[in-house]
Design a protein around this ligand. Sequence first.
Ligand code: GAR
Length: 196
Amino acid sequence: MKRVAILISGGGSNMVALLDSMTGDHPARPVLVLSNNVDAGGLEKARARGVKTAVVDHRPFKGDRSAFEQGLNKTLQAAKPDIICLAGFMRILTADFIDAWAGQMINIHPSLLPKFKGLNTHARALEAGVTEHGCSVHEVTATLDDGPILGQARLLIDPADTADSLADRVLRLEHQLYPAVMRRFAAGDKTEVCLP
Ligand code: GAR
């Protein structure tokens, strides 16, 4: 059974989708939900599901990323995860941290990568006038929102869509895509998942 740690910063709806998927014949189980934000709504949702939680607040480190990451690593190493899922974790990680978990860390991003890396992806998709949008799960490498794609889910943009409506529509796709990719990844299969 693979051990999974999930890193969050906010509401944790992707985390909930992942936690709820890891039952029955799923090849993985959650061992830790870790947040950089003590107020992350996802922490309570994880506790309610009986999953151990921890917080490593980034603020006292005041821009000293490597000291913050030492704190993260200490907590993560104690949980001995085989897989780390970034699920709305909004801190940029250094190459040193990423290299230490090479091949074990995956992320969900709200765009069809390589399009729209970074923030405000839905507004930028609308501005760019693309007809198709969606989300991607990828292996984490030292370059931000890069790394081999493990799955994508797509939708057609409606003329009435706003950044908010797209965020809602894409988030619902994320909740399908991330568990589907994680199940495959935990079974050692990196074949790309394509939804719908
Ligand atoms: C999700 O849309 C996720 O793709 C995005 O943050 C949201 C978290 O929602 N992640 C990023 O933008 C990473 N750069 P959640 O906390 O409800 O899962």
